[in-house]
Design a protein around this ligand. Structure first.
Ligand code: ADP
Length: 836
């Protein structure tokens, strides 16, 4: 028997074993904690990758990261510590186990395949797995398995494929073409003369030519630029130039970049930028045109004359659209023509002639199209109606655009643009032109309205002025005969009056009554005409009779009787003597009477002649001619208006209401004719008027000749008459009247001058003394003269007022005459006193 261990030995052994045990335990715990911290660390990393990962030991799933759990639609607890092979679809399980054992055996480093897995809800789907061994321990290998969604992978692949094909597409169809050019053997600086030695695919597509047909040809054979670019003489690596050229044969804009490639070789890259250039220029043009509209509106709002505004607007439109010519055509007053109102022409063209007309009768379609609110778009004239076509041909116009000018719904004219041959405006441009035309129409509308307003205002003012002057004249015209009627009637009461005096006074009263009556007749006639109540009563009349009557009437005019050098002549050629026509004799005579009275009134010397100036098949034209004071041209248009009188305030004041010619004009027109005047100041006037004619031959012949005027001739040669008169015309009249008597006439313009003449010269045989005069009146002057001379003084008074006559006689006058002076009476009176 072995010696048993002593208690001490046993005790020491137990101690040793215990301490070893503690050491081992400590060792184990530290190792365990080390392991668990490492595990945590890896778990952290693994969980934060986007890929699905699992750790498999033997067949047990030791760890599954979150992306893998998401993919397999399970939780950690559902998978960990379970068998890996249970996840795999039976169809794939066998092959997977074989492959894994090959890995463990070290036959293959790893394995990847697309397999199917089964989830806890028995759903089957494809995954892509990748398996690799990470640890080997007692035949129990630790594997890492990467799991990815197979469908997702396919989709990604597809995406990549798509991108690739897009890239190829881009390469094949990119607009960028590249040439490699070689300097030609005959040295040439012009880029387009260089030879092509290489091209990319795009070039064959752009040029629509095969590569072989392109190579070794000059660049200019395929691209014809609007101008060739001249390269610098020395080319080095730094050479780079970018050009924008218009390639004529392609009708396109290209951006051409040229840079150095090798000695005598250049790379030339071309890009079609036509769309860009077009859009850019279109944008620019539209911007400019919007600008134009703003400019027009701006001109429109300025306070400038319309003429100036139209000129400026057309100038701006011309600048923006660059046509040959622009014209604003407006309808003539009779609406028969379109005539130029304002126009513009580009520098190289003449403007339209100022008498350019569109005769609407000859070119009816022009008016018709505008009336239908249509534009006349004649890029090619041949598409326009025939009449417009032939009109434009005569005007040498090939390309025209016309837009109607519409004012208050009426066609007022057109705005006409003449474009260069073969240049067509597109729709946008036409729309802009339309807009411009509308603006022009609107401006014309403003002008027309303003003109109408101004005319209405002028008219109102003129009517007002004419009426006031009518009233002023009227009171004067009524007052003169009325004063005379009242004055003479008062005088008739005087029982001492002689028979002759009474007869004379009655004659004055009757004449004044006649004057009043004719004034009232005129007013009534005018009122009838204005209210369209004047009716004609036609009758047959024989011209010689009519003229004889007229002659007889007006030969009785005191002026004709009294003035030797004023004759009244009738002019009826024999060939017209049998003319016989229908008319309202009373009214026709009224016209003649008026014209003859005026002619005599406004003529001091010479003749008044009336008769026939012309005869056409259905019209006769009469005339009344005088050699009187005439009518200034600028006032000839007012004399036919109611109350229209020529302002002669600076010369003689002629009585009259200004109604006579207005009545004549209306009567002539009512009878179917027209009246006009031709007149030259201080030479005379001729009034012409027409009358419809129905001729018939008559046996009666105009045979009577007018009675000769019975005039007494005086001869006062060697005598002197002093005329004291402030109004020059009155003096002139007297001077004229006395001219035939060969008397010497002296003029004193007021009483003082008369007195001085008598005091200094004392040669007068008789004085004609006006009573109303400035500085010293006739009464005072007569008194003063009587103190130094016994020369007979005859007073002239404006109004036949009794007290004026008395005062004159009391002051020392031998007699008096009343104004207007009756020439015969005056001459007779003077004769009496000169011969006393
Ligand atoms: P009135 O009664 O004033 O004569 P009319 O209408 O007959 O009116 O004439 C208008 C104006 O025309 C006259 O005031 C005168 O100024 C001018 N006139 C008319 N006839 C003649 C003429 N024969 N010579 C010169 N002036 C004339």
């Amino acid at each position: 028997m072995n010696n048993p261990l002593s208690y001490k030995e046993l005790e020491n052994l137990v101690k040793t074993l215990k301490s070893e045990n503690v050491e081992l335990k400590e060792n184990l715990t530290s190792k365990e904690s080390l392991f668990s911290s490492k595990e945590k660390f890896y778990e952290q990393i693994i969980n934060h990758t986007n890929e699905g990962l699992a750790i498999v030991q033997g067949d047990v799933l030791k760890f599954v990261n979150q992306p893998a759990l998401n993919l397999l639609k399970s939780t950690k607890s559902e998978l960990e510590e379970k068998n890996f092979s249970d996840l795999i679809h039976p169809n794939y399980r066998g092959n997977l186990i074989i492959q894994i054992s090959k890995i463990i055996e070290g036959e293959i480093p790893n394995f990847s395949s697309t397999i199917e897995v089964i989830t806890k809800s028995s759903k089957v789907f494809s995954v892509r797995i990748y398996v690799e061994q990470i640890l080997s321990n007692n035949n129990q290998a630790t594997l890492i398995v990467k799991i990815e969604d197979a469908e997702e992978l396919i989709r990604k692949q597809q995406e990549i494929n798509n991108l690739k094909s897009a890239l190829t597409l881009f390469e094949n169809f990119s607009s960028e073409g590249v040439f490699v050019l070689q300097k030609p053997s005959s040295a040439n600086q012009l880029l387009f003369k260089w030879n092509i030695i290489e091209v990319n695919n795009s070039i064959t597509r752009i040029l629509e030519k095969k590569r072989d047909d392109i190579l070794n040809q000059p660049l200019g054979k395929f691209l014809i630029p609007d101008f060739d670019y001249s390269l610098p003489k020395e080319l080095d690596e730094s050479f780079f130039e970018e050009l924008e050229l218009y390639i004529l044969n392609f009708k396109k804009h290209f951006k051409i970049s040229v840079f150095w490639y090798a000695a005598d070789k250049l790379v030339c890259r071309i890009n079609d930028i036509s769309d860009f250039v077009l859009t850019k220029s279109e944008l620019n043009r539209n911007l400019q045109r919007n600008e134009l509209i703003t400019e027009i509106l701006d001109i429109f709002n300025r306070d400038e004359s319309y003429e100036h505004q139209f000129d400026r607007i057309l100038d701006r439109v011309g600048y923006h659209f660059k046509p040959k010519r622009i014209a604003i055509i407006i309808k003539s007053e009779n609406k028969k023509h379109g005539k130029i109102y304002s126009q513009w022409a580009s520098n190289e063209f003449e403007k339209f002639p100022s008498d350019f007309l569109i005769p609407y009768q000859r070119v009816p379609s022009w008016n018709k199209m505008l009336e239908d609110r249509k534009m006349i778009l004649g890029f090619s004239v041949k598409y326009l109606p025939d009449d417009i076509q032939s009109f434009l041909n005569t005007q040498n116009i090939n390309n025209i655009y016309a837009f109607p000018i519409i004012i208050s719904d009426n066609v007022f004219g057109s705005v006409l643009f003449e474009n260069y041959e073969n240049l067509e405006w597109d729709n946008t441009e036409i729309n802009y032109l339309k807009m411009v035309s509308v603006l022009i129409s609107s401006l014309i509308g403003h002008k027309v309205n303003e003109d109408n307003l101004r005319q209405a205002k002028d008219h109102a003012e003129e009517s007002d002025r004419l009426k006031s002057s009518f009233l002023a004249n009227m009171s004067h015209d009524i007052r003169i005969p009325m004063t005379s009627i009242i004055g003479f009637s008062d005088l008739l009461v005087d029982e001492d009056l002689s028979i002759t005096e009474r007869e004379e006074f009655v004659e004055m009263i009757s004449k004044s009554g006649q004057d009043l009556l004719s004034l009232i007749d005129n007013i009534v006639d005018m009122a009838k005409i204005e209210t369209c109540q004047l009716k004609l009563q036609t009758d047959k009349v024989l011209l010689p009779h009519l003229f004889k009557d007229l002659l007889n009437t007006h030969l009785n005019n005191s002026k004709i009787i009294n003035q030797d050098d004023l004759d009244l002549v009738v002019d009826l050629p024999q060939k017209y003597e049998n003319i016989h026509f229908e008319t309202d004799v009373f009214r026709l005579k009224q016209v003649f009477d008026n014209l003859l009275e005026n002619a005599i009134k406004f003529t001091e010397k010479g003749e008044v002649r009336f008769g026939i100036s012309n005869i056409w098949s259905k019209t006769v034209e009469f005339y009344v001619h005088d050699t009187g004071i005439g009518i200034p041209e600028d006032t000839q248009h007012i004399i036919f208006k109611r109350f229209g009188k020529v302002d002669r305030s600076y010369t003689k004041e002629y009585s009259g209401t200004g109604l006579g010619l207005a009545i004549c004009k209306n009567l002539v027109e009512i009878m179917g004719g027209e009246i006009r005047v031709i007149s030259y100041p201080s030479k005379g006037s001729t009034f012409y008027f027409t009358h419809p004619l129905i001729t018939e031959v008559s046996e009666e012949i105009f045979s009577d000749t007018p009675d000769d005027k019975k005039t007494i001739e005086y001869d006062w040669s060697g005598k002197t008459i002093l005329i004291a008169e402030d109004v020059e015309q009155n003096y002139k009249f007297l001077e004229f009247l006395l001219d035939a008597t060969k008397v010497n006439v002296v003029w004193a313009q007021n009483g003082k001058e008369a007195l001085e003449y008598i005091r200094n010269e004392n040669t007068a045989d008789l004085i004609l003394m006006d009573i109303r005069m400035p500085i010293m009146n006739g009464i005072e002057a007569t008194r003063a003269i009587h103190k130094i001379s016994s020369v007979p003084i005859i007073a002239q008074t404006a109004y036949t007022m009794g007290n004026e006559k008395d005062m004159a006689i009391q002051a020392g006058c031998v007699d008096y005459v009343s104004k207007p002076v009756n020439a015969d009476n005056l001459l007779k009176l003077i004769n009496d006193y000169l011969n006393k």
